[in-house]
Design a protein around this ligand. Structure first.
Ligand code: MG
Length: 173
């Protein structure tokens, strides 16, 4: 991280790299995000290429909106795990209170970069919790763990990648 110290503006490549590292530090790989996109688009299109899903996941991770939401959401989860938030937010986020909804709001906003379909795809992932999302959801319930923002953000990244893949396949028709 040293080479990026004292900067607040980043190139697409740097945003991708910072996001990739931050997500990996929380147990999420770019392949995990691509797998969400593959699983979702495979319902609509035969023989979806994993490479296109992976390429889409990488592109999404380099967008400024995704950069700021990934960095902020993970930061809040980590501060919560360290017990560093104030009452009542510390308790609300630690318990992943269903009524809170700001985590879903960030996810929905990020997915909204890909329009109505992006939001709908996010809703599907939020409800059905495919792959890494279910894992994050379960792990977040363990003592000392907080994935309140992470599961929604990764779900939204998956929804964006998935919608981009759908656009690529539709353009080819
Ligand atoms: Mg959540």
């Amino acid at each position: 991280m040293d080479i990026y110290l004292h900067k607040n503006r980043f190139s697409r490549e740097e945003m991708y790299e910072l996001n990739r590292r931050r997500l990996e530090s929380r147990g999420v790989t770019v392949e995990d995000i691509a797998t969400i996109a593959l699983k979702q688009q495979s319902k609509f299109t035969e023989n979806v290429s994993f490479e296109i899903c992976l390429d889409s996941a990488k592109k999404i991770l380099s967008y400024p909106d995704a950069f700021h939401i990934v960095q902020l959401g993970i930061e809040i989860d980590e501060l919560c795990e360290k017990g560093m938030l104030s009452y009542p937010l510390q308790e609300i986020l630690k318990s992943d209170l269903g009524l809170f909804g700001i985590d879903e709001l960030l996810g929905l906003e990020l997915a909204g970069n890909f329009g109505i379909i992006g939001r709908t795809n996010f809703g599907d992932i939020d409800v059905n919790k495919p792959g890494i999302i279910g894992k994050l959801n379960d792990e977040g319930k363990l003592p000392g763990k907080c994935h309140t923002f992470l599961d929604d953000i990764v779900g939204a990244l998956g929804a964006c990648a998935s919608t981009r893949v759908a656009q690529i396949y539709n353009e080819g028709k």
